[in-house]
Ligand binder design. Sequence first.
Ligand code: MG
Ligand code: ZN
Length: 470
Amino acid sequence: MKGKRLTATAAAALALTVAAAGTAATGAFSSSKQDPTERAVAAALKAKGPKNVIFLLGDGMGTQEITAARYYQGVRSPLNVDRMPFTGFDTSWSVKPAAAAPYPPDYDPDSASTGTAWATGQKTIDERISQGPSSAENVPGPNLTTVLELAQRRGMRVGDVSTAEITDATPAVLASHMSLRGCQGPANMGACPTETKGAGGLGSIAEQEVDHHVDVLLGGGRARFEQTIGGGPFAGQTVVQSALAQGYRYVTDADGLSTVGPDQPVLGLFNAGNMSLEWSGPAASVGKGNTPAPCKEGVRPPNEPSLAAMTRRAIDLLDARKNRNGFFLQVEGASIDKQDHATNACGQIGETVAFDRAIGVALDYQEAHPDTLVVVTADHSHTSQIVGEDASGSGLPTGYSTNLTTRDGQTLSLTYGTAGFGGEAGKGPVAVPPSQQHTGGAVPVWASGPGGLAVLGTNDHTDLFGVLGG
Ligand code: MG
Ligand code: ZN
C-alpha cells in the first residue's frame, strides 16, 4: 500500500500550487480574508507531524447513516463533522482465505478486517484481529504490529474508547491479535484453542488489552473481564484482578470515571455487554412502515457515561500526564452498526448524533492544541437507505421501513433491505426482522490538523495506518 504521509517535497509543491491558486482566486491568499478551508490547508502544510492523534470511527456509518442523522436533526443545523476541512473516500474491501497470496478480494467486509486495515496497514480476512490472512478462518495468521503498539514504542500515551464491549472487534484491533473476533474473554476461547495462555498463546482479547497496559480503556464488556484466566501468571484470577495487579484503576459507572486521575492506567467498564443506547423509537415493519413519529431521546441510563463524556475524560487523562511524546486515542461509536443490523432507525440515528458530539469534543481540544491530528471515518458501509416518503403501489420499499418525523417537521423514511424477510421462502416476512447486512460502498474520511491532507482523494483503509502514525 502506498505511504500516505506527504513528503516534504510533495508538501512544498502542493503549497506553491495552493498558494498560486489562492492568489489568483482572492488576490491575497495569506490575507485575513482567507476562508476557513484555505486557513486549514495553509496550517496543515506548514505543520510538522502531529504530536497527538485522535481517530474516531462510526461503525457502519456510511454516507446514508450520517446523512440520516444530519436530516433528522435539521438540514440547516451543521454537524460537528462539518467543521473538518479535508474529506476523501476510502475503499474498505477485505480478503478471502486462500492457500497463499494473492488473497482474493471480499467486497463486503466486517469490522475485524477493516479495523485491522488501519491498525496494521495490511489486508486480512473477516473475523480476524490484527493477524494476517491464512488458508482458513480457524488457522491463525501472523501477528501484525499495530499503530497503538508503535505509539507506545515512541513513548506516547494511548487510549481506546468504545460504546461496544471494549473487547469487540473495532477496539480489539489496537491491542490484541486473534484469529477469530469472538475469542473475547478467557471463557470464550473455544474457537481459538492454540491462542490461550495455557497453550502458550497471548490469551483472550480482554487479557491482551490489559497486558498491553493501554493507559485508558473505556467502554462496555464487563462480563468478559469477570471471567477467570486459565493459564499464565494470572491463572485463577479474573481479568479485572489481573488489571488491578498490573496497576490499573477500575471503575464501573459515570461517577467512578469522574474520580479517576492521570497517575494510573484506567479500566472503565460501564455495562456487562454493549453500552446502552441514547435513543429509542418506532419498530421497522415491512413495506411502507409506521405512521411517522419522532424518536425518543435521552434514554441512556445516567450511570453510563456518554461517548462524548468518555472522549473528554480520555483526552483529559492522556493529556494531563504532560507527556512530551503526545498521545494516540481511538474513539468508536459502535452501535450505529449494531442498530443498523437491527433495523432500529432511532437507535442508529441517536448513536450517530452521540458520535458526532464526541467528534465535537475532539475538535474543541484540537482548537486549543493545533498540534493534534483528528481523523474521522467509518469502518464499512451499511444497509439503511433514505427513500421516498410518498412511496405507494409499485414504489413501496421491499424491505423493513421506519418513518420518522424530523426536527424540521418532515417525514424521513429509512428502509433496510439487505437481509430479506428471514422466513422460509414463499412464507412472507417474520415479526422480528433478521439481522441486516453490511454493504461494500466506499466510506467517507474526514481530517483536520497536521497530516490531515493525506486523506484527500480516494484511498484505502490500509493507507490510514501511515496517516495515524504507522
Ligand atoms: Mg465496532
Ligand atoms: Zn456489523
